[in-house]
Design a protein around this ligand. Sequence first.
Ligand code: CDP
Length: 230
Amino acid sequence: MIDKIAIDGPAASGKTTLAKLLAEELDFLFFDTGVMYRAVTLAALQNNTPIEDESAITALAQKLQIDVRPPSKDDGRSDDVLIDGIDQTWAIRQPEVDSRVSEVSAYAGVRKALSEQQRRIGMRGMVVMAGRDIGTVILPEADLKIYLVASVEERARRRHKECIERGENMTYESVLEGMRMRDEIDSTREVAPLQPAEDAVILDSDDKDIATVFEAAMSLMNGARKTDSD
Ligand code: CDP
C-alpha cells in the first residue's frame, strides 16, 4: 500500500503544486515542510534576532508554535499559516524571507527541532510531504520518492511570475540571483543537504506543464502499487 510520498527538489521546481494535486487525488494530507523554515526566518526578522546568531535562532525554532490550517480566506491561499496564533500566510513568502531562509535552515539545531515534528506527522501516514530532505532524512521509508528538477532559469521565471502576481516589484534578474544563492546554500550545507535519495525517481519539469508532471507521478504511483501487490 502506498502510504507515504516524498517530493523533494530545489526552489520553484513545482513540488508544492504536484504534492497538492497528489494529496487531493489520494485524499492524503499535504505537508509543505518549507513553511516551517520560512516561519522561523520570518519570526527572527520580525523580532530582530540576528540571523547569524545560531543559538538564538535555534532557541526560536524550538519554541515557535507553527500551525497550518484549512484556508480561512478566498485570496489564493491554499492554507492558513499561523505563527504563535497570528496569520502569517503571505508574510512567510516575502522576498526578505526568501533571501535569509537558507541560512536559517542550514543550522543543525533548527533542523533537529523542526524535523522531529515533521517526522511525527509523516509517520502517521496517508501523507504527501514536500521539502528538501524528505526522501533522505525525514521519511527514508517513503513508498514513493520523487525528486523534481528544472533549470534555474525556468524556476526563476516561475517564481518571478508569482511575485509579480502578488504585487511585488522584483526584477527577473534579482529572483534568478536569489535562487542561485539559495540552491548553492541548500545543496552544500553539512546537515541534510538537498540531494536526491538513492531510490528517488528524478522528474524534469522543464518544458512540461503541471498536467504532464502529474500524469508522470501518477504512473509512478500506479507502478509502485502494482509492484507492491505482486
Ligand atoms: O517554495 P520554495 O521551493 O521556494 O521553498 P520552500 O520549499 O518554501 O523552502 C524554503 C527554504 O527552506 C529552502 O530554500 C530550504 O533552505 C529550506 N528547507 C529545507 O531546508 N528543508 C526542507 N525540508 C524544506 C525547506
